[in-house]
Design a protein around this ligand. Structure first.
Ligand SMILES: *[C@@H]1O[C@H](CO)[C@@H](O)[C@H](O)[C@H]1NC(C)=O
Ligand SMILES: *[C@@H]1O[C@H](CO)[C@@H](O)[C@H](O)[C@H]1NC(C)=O
Ligand SMILES: *[C@@H]1O[C@H](CO)[C@@H](O)[C@H](O)[C@H]1NC(C)=O
Ligand SMILES: [Zn+2]
Ligand SMILES: [Zn+2]
Length: 466
């Protein structure tokens, strides 16, 4: 710690000396020391004591999986850890959320976000009624711990890895707190409830999560990407999404006398087909969009025309205006196509303000994140991510401040396939935890450091010009 403090102080001196027209002859640490911070942090988070601490937290949260805005125990665990670390926090933003603060308490502020909620799902059992095992965490300097893998809460499971996200952010909090006196500003820890369809991010923002914040970073574990790699993308990374449900009303009757009825099944069938033309005929082929009808419910007899049909689905786009256009056209198509068949329709977009906007990564932060990730993992382990039609409520933060969201790999072929997220056979490779924690910590520290260095260089240039 002492050595490290001195290193950072020296980094500062170096950076001042490295400014144009200034000698760097007496700089005892070379300029690349700033670039070594990410590797240093990874080294710290991979140490057994810290990685086991994160694994313990993650397993505890996994066993007691909680749904959106019900993360009371999860929230309590987070606050207990922050208390132990001596990190001040605000509670409760957004019902169960927690906002921690590390550093000077003064600007600049940079935020790191972890989502907290699990999914309504059953843990997969194999043919013998046993839970499909997740990879074993091996740590040579710790004894092998006996643990439960599966969620103990029937029907609820961390099947998206948010338990790992919380553990990683707490891991980052721990190393950041160890260096709190060296931070050149304030790191805001954003523990956010209700990502899975509850727009928890929106509520966190309303409750002050982004107050004074200049940039926010978020990450997601990825089953398809090898451990030790990250994937990033400038601009739109994840789609924006909305949901709709419509009830199409006709007039029921005996199936043998269709002329005495108004058939809502035929009307709804035409609605479904016409909805498909929105993307294929109206959408720009270079602006990817999706309209899917996933629900079609009506009738329960062979010889009865029902009174009504309920359909429902989702729509996705990577540009907000396209998303709004899809919503407008879905409404029009359903009501007018129903009318063609003498039916009426009501369309519900649910809590429309909860529809997730596209997750769009800030271009300037792209360069920054790639630099930090490359310093930690090497250039060959920083990949370009393909856009994904899934949605993330991290997008709400990005509508307010520059934000960056990226993926952290978990795949390890020697341990076999990891289940896909949102599936009951989803597993987290806990080897990812040190990477996530180190990335969080490095992004925050480097963001603050580089900001101060830049500000000082501008001051100096200004001063020199006087
Ligand atoms: C470098 O440091 C030495 C002593 O530590 C000092 O004598 C010398 O003047 C310094 N040079 C510059 C360029 O600052
Ligand atoms: C990582 O830590 C070990 C000991 O804990 C040390 O020997 C090694 O030099 C460190 N590596 C880096 C890059 O800091
Ligand atoms: C992958 O798993 C094997 C077996 O558990 C382990 O030895 C290896 O270190 C892992 N690789 C990475 C990159 O974590
Ligand atoms: Zn999810
Ligand atoms: Zn998720």
């Amino acid at each position: 710690m002492g050595f490290f403090s001195w290193t950072w102080v020296s980094i500062f001196l170096c950076f001042q000396l490295l400014l144009p027209r200034h000698s760097l002859s007496n700089c005892s640490f070379r300029s690349y020391e700033l670039e070594e911070i990410p590797k240093y942090f990874l080294n710290q988070t991979q140490k057994c004591e810290l990685s086991d601490w994160m694994v313990g937290i993650r397993r505890k949260l996994h066993e007691n999986s909680e749904l959106g805005f019900e993360e009371f125990e999860t929230s309590r665990v987070i606050r207990e850890k922050l208390d132990k670390l001596g990190i001040p926090y605000k509670y409760p933003p957004a019902v169960t959320g927690v906002l921690g603060f590390i550093g000077t308490g003064k600007p600049p502020f940079v935020a790191l976000r972890a989502d907290m909620d699990a999914l309504p799902i059953q843990v997969l059992l194999n043919l013998f009624g046993r839970v499909v095992p997740s990879p074993v965490h091996v740590c040579l300097c710790e004894e092998m711990v006996e643990w439960e893998h599966k969620s103990r809460v029937t029907g609820k499971m961390h099947a998206c890895g948010h338990d790992a996200h919380v553990a990683m952010l707490l891991g980052a909090a721990r190393i950041l707190q160890e260096h709190q006196n060296e931070l050149q500003g304030t790191v805001v820890l954003v523990f956010q409830p209700g990502e899975e369809g509850y727009a928890g991010a929106k509520k966190m923002i309303e409750d002050g999560a982004l107050e004074n914040v200049e940039a926010i970073f978020g990450l997601h574990v990825s089953s398809g990407l090898p451990v030790g790699q990250v994937s990033t993308r400038a601009g739109p990374l994840l789609a924006g999404s909305g949901f709709f449900q419509a009830v199409i009303h006709g007039k029921g009757g005996h199936a043998a006398n269709p002329h005495h009825s108004v058939d809502p099944i035929l009307a709804a069938s035409n609605v479904v087909i016409t909805l498909q033309y929105i993307v294929s005929r109206e959408g720009d082929p270079l602006d990817p969009q999706v309209v899917t009808v996933g629900k079609f419910q009506a009738g329960n007899a062979f010889n009865v025309i029902p009174d009504s049909v309920t359909i429902g689905g989702t729509f996705r786009a990577f540009v907000k205006s396209s998303l709004l256009q899809l919503k407008k056209r879905i409404q029009e198509v359903i009501t007018t196509q129903a009318a063609v068949h003498r039916c009426t329709a009501t369309v519900d977009f649910f809590d429309a303000e909860k529809a997730y906007p596209p997750t769009v990564n800030d271009e300037n932060l792209h360069e920054f994140v790639n630099r930090v990730a490359t310093d930690m993992l090497g250039p060959s382990n920083v990949k370009e991510a393909a856009p994904v039609t899934g949605a993330e409520d991290f997008a709400f933060y990005q509508e307010v401040v520059p934000g960056y969201f990226f993926f952290v790999g978990m795949k390890n072929e020697t341990r076999g396939e990891l289940g896909r997220s949102h599936n009951p056979n989803f597993v987290v490779n806990e080897d990812v935890l040190p990477y996530g924690a180190a990335l969080h910590a490095s992004l925050a520290v480097r963001f603050l450091l580089e900001k101060v260095v830049k500000a000082r260089s501008q001051e100096r240039v200004h001063h020199d010009e006087l």
